[in-house]
Design a protein around this ligand. Structure first.
Ligand code: KG4
Ligand code: ZN
Length: 337
């Protein structure tokens, strides 16, 4: 292929409608329309998410093209999140991407959302050297991935129950915090004492994770404390959040340490919405010094769901010649390919 390669990336797997343009792997625009409507329901409502994607997708793509300063006719490929996610939400992005690829007669590039989260580490310089380990932590997934090259990845461990983001959001809900509670726990935790309360860490074999035990122990702890003092949460919010966050971070980083020892890989990355957590980012810096890790921490806009990670994954797929047929369907759950 001669000249520059321009890719449009589209993300619509959950509650963000996003579009991005990358030029030869460099991000030119990264537009996101977040859906605030779900907050009043305490979680993402699939039907409402699909409708909002329908309303947002044309203006969001339009804005991404304009901000990149290019014309639609300059595009060399259309990448979209094909899996996993809410099926109705995915179908909006998939339908749009297919139609545009068909009308422009350019390649369609199906992207796996979790693979894209890992590759968000290739957006900003200095990019990590291969192979690297990536702790991918989001609202639906928790994985340790060995990334050998942009498109060669192996999942070394994952959660057997809740995801790390769910552990944050569900415990936040018990504290009466609105959805999604993760960022709020992070805020409160900054002014709290992480050693004040203790929640047990699960003993799970290998590199897999479990968070349901933490959730249950926080629930019983709060029930007991509230019997003695109904205003226990109000009086101790900062310390409770700091202690829960400390426990979750320990579970995550202990497994990451184990993965580094097992593989001998010291290039370490993080990705996904929970990678925005300030406590985790600081703890990772400390681990890097202690264990001589070369770490890469994506900036916040590339941790939470975004389309820049979709466009860059599409770019690597296109240069490897991995295109998708126009009849490919979106899938709520699919392994990576
Ligand atoms: O990757 P993401 O944006 O969407 C999914 O693919 O799931 O991750 C969303 C998750 C939510 O559970 C949210 O509470 C969590 O990331 N999250 C955080 C923080 N920011 C987002 N959790 C803890 N601390 C944060 N600062
Ligand atoms: Zn995500």
């Amino acid at each position: 292929m001669d000249g520059n390669i321009y890719i449009l990336g589209i993300e619509s797997s959950c509650d963000e409608t996003a579009a991005s343009i990358c030029k030869d792997g460099e991000i030119l625009s990264n537009v996101i329309a977040s859906q605030s409507i779900h907050a009043e329901y305490g979680g993402v409502v699939p039907e409402l998410a699909s409708r909002a994607h329908m309303q947002n997708i044309v203006p969001v793509v339009d804005k991404a093209i304009k901000e990149a300063g290019i014309e639609l006719s300059s595009l060399n490929g259309i990448a979209f999140t094909q899996s996993p996610g809410l099926i109705g939400a995915l179908l909006v992005g998939a339908g749009f991407a297919k139609s545009l690829a068909m009308s422009l007669k350019i390649p369609l590039l199906a992207v796996h959302h979790m693979q894209a989260h890992v590759l968000s580490n290739l957006i900003e310089d200095p990019i990590p050297s291969f192979p690297f380990l990536c702790l991918t932590i989001s609202g639906g997934h928790t994985q340790i991935v060995l990334c050998k090259s942009p498109l060669s990845m192996e999942i070394l461990g994952e959660t057997i129950d809740d995801a790390a983001g769910e552990a944050f959001d569900k415990t936040a809900k018990m504290l009466g915090l609105p959805y999604p509670g993760g960022p709020l726990v992070d805020e409160y935790a900054q002014h709290g004492d992480p050693s004040r309360f203790h929640y047990p860490e699960p003993q799970i074999d290998d590199l897999n994770f479990s968070f349901s035990g933490v959730k249950t122990s926080v629930l019983y702890f709060l029930q007991k404390q509230k019997k003695e003092d109904p205003d226990f949460v109000g009086k101790n919010m900062h310390d409770i959040c700091a202690s829960i966050q400390y426990t979750i971070i320990n579970i995550l980083l202990n497994k990451l340490k184990k993965a580094s020892v097992k593989t001998g890989v010291k290039n370490i990355c993080i990705a996904g919405g929970v990678a925005a957590n300030k406590g985790l980012r600081n703890a990772l810096q400390d681990h890097a010094k202690k264990y001589h890790w070369n770490i890469h921490i994506p900036s916040l806009q590339y941790c939470t769901d975004n389309a820049a990670m979709i466009s860059i994954t599409g770019y690597y797929k296109l240069i490897e010649g991995i295109e998708s047929p126009l009849n490919i369907s979106a899938s709520a759950r699919a392994t990576w390919h």
